[in-house]
Write a protein that binds this ligand. Sequence first.
Ligand SMILES: *Cc1c(COP(=O)(O)O)cnc(C)c1O
Length: 242
Amino acid sequence: MRTEADSAPDPVAGAEHGLAVRVAAVRERIDIAWHAAGRDPGLAPTLIAVTKFHPASLVTALLGLGITDMGESRHQEARAKAAAIEAAGGPQPRWHFVGSLQTNKARQLAAYASVLHSVDRIELVEALRERDPALDCFLQVNLSDDPDRGGVAPAGIEPLAERIAAAPGLRLLGIMAIAPLGEEPASAFDRLAGYAQRLQRVAPEAVAISAGMSHDFEAAIAAGATHLRIGTAITGNRPVPG
Ligand SMILES: *Cc1c(COP(=O)(O)O)cnc(C)c1O
């Protein structure tokens, strides 16, 4: 006999279906923007799904959809989630830490994170300079006038890049930024492209650009982004942080 429960949609399957649809839509938008920007068709950007405030089960579902890179912005939460995924066995993501990081948490972070996107001061470089093996990182530049937003001021790019380049424990991949509020992302990312050139004069290998979030990744792709940090467009709305 059929019961009410038989015909009710399975909430878990329904959620995973929604996730699969959003992942496919984001991938398609990336492809279109990449092509429209005339970027090298033989290359593709690294898609980092930002899973902050979401449970480890979402990370597992994303791994099942072929997403291998996850972004987190709070150390305690990221560490717990990485431990849960590791304990469950199976495929492991590469963890990208994209938030601001306290200097005294740097060593703990290096135990689970593959890439640190937010190196914005010399103290952080010093805390990680002996790290072995070297940790991949980005220099974060502040595109706003507000010094409280993360990132080094543009005038500080070269001195900080020199310190990173001289630290054996860090491997500088490139530059990272968040588009400021109240400005067209395209104009902010244009400035970022100029800062990326400045960084490369100090560190020629550091050619990557980490930029682009749910609402501005097309503009970031047009400006040369190689690493996209996309949250809500993939995950849906974030739960209220606990
Ligand atoms: C949360 C976050 C993202 C993702 O933001 P969405 O708008 O949800 O795509 C990207 N980068 C950083 C640094 C973040 O903190």
